[in-house]
Design a protein around this ligand. Structure first.
Ligand code: GLA
Length: 397
């Protein structure tokens, strides 16, 4: 009898140990390797200082942008990161070799800023480079990875954009891996935004390191730059997945160099691409047009769709292109793009999508918010020069 009890006890102990191992392992993996999956199940949304303000940033401005993110309804539309780009740091590290913020422009330091944005339910991002200096020539993090990541964590930073200037010709993968490991060891979950400009095919190695990686050089606020970046995204969609996003660079919507139609195109394309939606305009002074583009919830929902699939170019015919994106509920986003200087009429066949066969499809225009039932299996629309029409197509019974 005693023997039976002992054996039973032994079996229970072994079982409990196994259970513990089974539960402990995923937790550990979560902590070490899955930060981006947890932080970015969908592409990040926020604001960054570079495209509009370049070097001219200070604490007051950043706090004002955070205020405006809330007051303008951007926060309600899903935007949450308030990101400092280059030039927030002092020109010298402190006496212990630590990065410090510029004493005049950021007199209260970065922790003060992160406390401020956190109180608003937002998150704070900073910028550095995997080089000896940032692109604008300020101190950067190469060979200071551990100390800098610890400092970012101590300051309550939530997001690091990590650039590629002044890298001394050292291999990119090892430079970015060092910072990834330093962030993992920092004690804080920090989004790692790899900004290596697509120079070393980052889509092949960056998904194991970061939450997003730039695929191209810098965007400029004009049609040609935006459309050239679009062309460079072809073929990259299969590298994106939940927690790991191709980054075709930040938005220029509202900065003044494109027409309103072109900005609608820019924003729609970035959403079809499941791109990070990091706005780069002055949120404190937005026109109604800019506001309406950036807060169009139906278009944002395409970007943020939980299926976490990047869209792709389905067909192209001269200036006319059809871009599509599969969605979690079985429907598809369809975007008709007219790159030409003349308006045109475009048609696409719904049967060309991998969508449920149906006699009728609901075709909802995501900009006019009107929908129609189509029994002819077609999506068709007039498309303005440099314009798009964007739809959600859903099979009916
Ligand atoms: C590089 C980056 C830009 C911006 C600047 C800042 O050019 O690609 O996005 O961060 O540096 O100097």
């Amino acid at each position: 009898m005693k023997k039976v009890t002992l054996s039973l006890l032994f079996v229970i102990i072994v079982f409990a140990l196994q259970l513990n191992i089974a539960f402990a392992q995923p937790q550990q993996e979560n902590k070490m390797g899955k930060t981006s999956d947890v932080l970015l199940p969908t592409p990040p949304m926020g604001w960054n200082s570079w495209n509009h303000f370049h070097r001219n940033i200070n604490e007051k401005l950043i706090m004002g942008e955070a205020d405006a993110m809330v007051a303008s309804g951007m926060k309600d539309a899903g935007y949450e990161y308030v990101n400092l780009d280059d030039c927030w740091m002092a020109l010298q590290r402190d006496k212990d070799g630590n990065l410090q913020s510029d004493p005049e422009r950021f007199p209260h330091g970065i922790k003060y800023l992160s406390d401020y944005v956190h109180k608003k339910g937002l998150k704070l991002g900073v910028y550095s480079s995997a080089g000896t200096k940032t692109c604008a020539g300020w101190p950067a993090s190469l060979d200071h990875e551990q100390a800098d990541a610890k400092m970012f964590a101590k300051w309550g930073v939530d997001y690091l954009k990590y650039d590629n200037c002044n890298n001394e010709g050292r291999p990119a993968i090892s430079r970015y891996t060092k910072m990834k490991n330093a962030l993992d060891a920092s004690g804080r979950q920090i989004v790692f935004s790899i900004c290596e400009w697509g120079s070393n095919n980052p889509w092949q190695w960056a998904p194991t390191l970061g939450g997003l990686w730039r695929t191209t050089g810098d965007i400029s606020d004009n049609w040609n730059s935006m459309i050239q970046i679009l062309d460079e995204q072809v073929g990259l969609n299969t590298f994106a997945s939940k927690g790991h996003w191709n980054d075709p660079d930040m938005l220029e919507v509202g900065n003044g160099g494109m027409t309103n139609t072109e900005y609608v195109t820019h924003f729609s394309l970035w959403c079809i691409l499941a791109a990070p939606l990091i706005t780069g305009n002055d949120l404190r002074n937005m026109s109604d047009n800019t506001h309406d583009i950036l807060t169009n919830k139906e278009v944002i929902a395409i970007d943020q769709d939980p299926a976490a699939k990047e869209g792709y170019k389905l067909t192209s015919n001269g200036d006319r292109e059809v871009w599509v994106k599969p969605l979690a509920d079985g429907s598809w986003a369809v975007l008709l793009l007219n790159r030409g200087d003349q308006g045109c009429f475009m048609t696409m066949k719904i049967q060309d999508l991998d969508i449920k066969k149906a006699g009728t499809y609901t075709v909802r225009n995501l900009w006019s918010h009107k929908e129609e039932q189509r029994a002819d299996g077609l999506v068709r629309a007039d498309v303005a020069p440099h314009g798009v029409q964007m739809f959600k197509v859903t099979a009916q019974n």
